[in-house]
Design a protein. Structure first.
Length: 148
């Protein structure tokens, strides 16, 4: 079954993509949750017109994301965490802490758009995180976890 995505769906596609999914996934999850529409011929025509009208706005947003990515290249964050004497962190560093540190530097980035290299950062050291600014634009920042 082909569906038109109405919102970004992780590991499936971005808004306005036409994707093939299994019938049960489309009918029982995507469509009832309002994440997709069935891609009928008439829906595809309406979709094509909407995409054409939105292309100019998308380009402007993409250029803004590229500008923010350029500004983020020189940023290096320091995140303090409570640690043991061996350098192990009590708890872990998460995207929320990185988003707060970026906010202090003047960047308003949603925590859901920050991808950490490992599942959990549990030791003092230097790490890199990827920030999704746009579906085509990603920035990489370096951050250091230090003992408080």
């Amino acid at each position: 079954m082909e569906v038109i995505l109405l919102q970004d769906v992780p590991k499936l596609g971005h808004k306005d993509d036409i994707v093939k999914v299994k019938d049960g996934y489309g009918r029982n999850y995507l469509i009832p949750k309002g994440l997709a529409l069935i891609a009928t011929p008439s829906a595809k025509k309406v979709h094509a017109e909407n995409v054409k009208q939105r292309a100019h706005k998308e380009e402007k947003i993409r250029l803004e994301a590229i500008g923010i990515a350029e500004k983020l290249k020189g940023i290096r964050l320091t995140i303090g965490a409570k640690t043991s004497s061996t350098g192990k962190i009590f708890g872990s560093v998460n995207p929320i802490q990185i988003a707060e540190a970026l906010k202090e530097k003047g960047f308003d980035i949603d925590r859901k758009n920050i991808i950490l290299p490992e599942d959990q950062i549990k030791e003092v050291g230097t790490y890199k995180a990827v920030i999704k600014l746009h579906k085509e634009v990603k920035a990489e920042i370096e951050f250091e976890v230090v003992s408080e």
